[in-house]
Design a protein around this ligand. Structure first.
Ligand code: SAM
Length: 275
């Protein structure tokens, strides 16, 4: 018998992947956690029925959360990741020698535990001496740490369940306050095909808090629609004013100095959402 995992990305549309094995299927304190082996995308972490990351396409998302913002700030030393319990963004952050400390705050310790066991290529940086892993609500952490971070990255689940507070104006104000006077933040902000209103509302809220707001995108095949957006809010530095020739070629498979500014060129129907 064939077994297939289907993610309903809308009530009437989804993707399906042929499953070879189920490693974990557990209701944690915060969400349903499934870790499965798929034929096409390898090991796949699923939370509340939504694909979080896969062995095959994880590099796109994790590189694009980490590198555009870290090459926009001239000297990022202390970085915070809210969510990101699979460790992929932390792995990319560690490729930046200027970073002295990377703090990861994920509300669910089980995501961290199972990612270390079943996604070793993604979670490999979580035990690095520069990394501090905290199991807590990122919303609380942000409000308890003022004027502390050069860069904040929000690598959370969709705005449901434990992540619902991570897409609010109050959270963006909290991020602003937790950043140093020239800090920058970036958040994953879903897709324009099925959640256009979210992109627009986040853009509006972030523009009320930050003087510089930019949206960029990448192709993540296992995420809803495959066209994934990210929103950057900056107190001082503009990603479009970076000198690409000063960006080094590092060990990446999606991000590059050539792609840095190109990623901010949006299809017109996406531009219209953030005007
Ligand atoms: N790349 C994925 C995406 O774009 O949907 C996100 C992956 S990462 C595994 C998402 C993480 O956000 C989960 O581990 C979840 O536990 C965490 N999370 C959700 N709400 C949170 C909160 N309030 N504070 C901290 N972490 C949270």
């Amino acid at each position: 018998m064939e077994l297939w995992y289907t993610e309903k990305q809308t009530p009437s549309y989804g993707i399906t992947a042929k499953v070879k094995e189920t490693y974990v299927s557990e209701q944690t304190e915060f969400q349903k956690l499934d870790m499965i082996e798929t034929e096409e995308f390898g090991t796949m972490l699923v939370l509340d029925g939504m694909v979080m990351t896969t062995d095959k396409d994880e590099f796109v998302y994790h590189e694009m959360v980490a590198h555009p913002v870290l090459y926009t700030h001239p000297n990022p030393r202390k970085v915070l990741v809210v969510g990101g319990g699979d460790g992929g963004v932390i792995r990319e952050i560690l490729k930046h020698p200027s970073v002295e400390k990377a703090v990861l705050v994920d509300i669910d310790g089980k995501v961290i535990e199972y990612s270390k066991k079943y996604l070793p290529n993604i979670a490999c940086g979580l035990d690095d001496p520069r990394v501090e892993v905290i199991v807590n609500d990122g919303f609380m952490h942000i409000h308890d740490h003022k004027n502390e971070y050069d860069v904040v990255m929000v690598d959370s689940t969709e705005p449901v369940g434990p992540a619902v507070n991570l897409f609010t104006r109050g959270f963006y104000q909290g991020i602003y306050d937790s950043l140093k006077e020239d800090g920058i933040f970036v958040a994953q902000t879903d897709n324009p095909w099925f959640t256009p209103d979210l992109i627009s509302s986040v853009n509006r809220d972030v523009k009320e808090v930050f003087p510089i707001v930019r949206v960029f995108w990448a192709n993540v095949p296992t995420y809803p629609s495959g066209l994934w957006t990210f929103t950057m809010g900056s107190k001082k530095y503009d990603p479009l004013e970076v000198d690409e020739s000063a960006i080094p070629e590092i060990d990446t498979k999606y991000y590059s100095p050539r792609l840095h500014k190109a990623a901010f060129v949006l299809p017109k129907f996406v531009e219209d959402l953030v005007k």
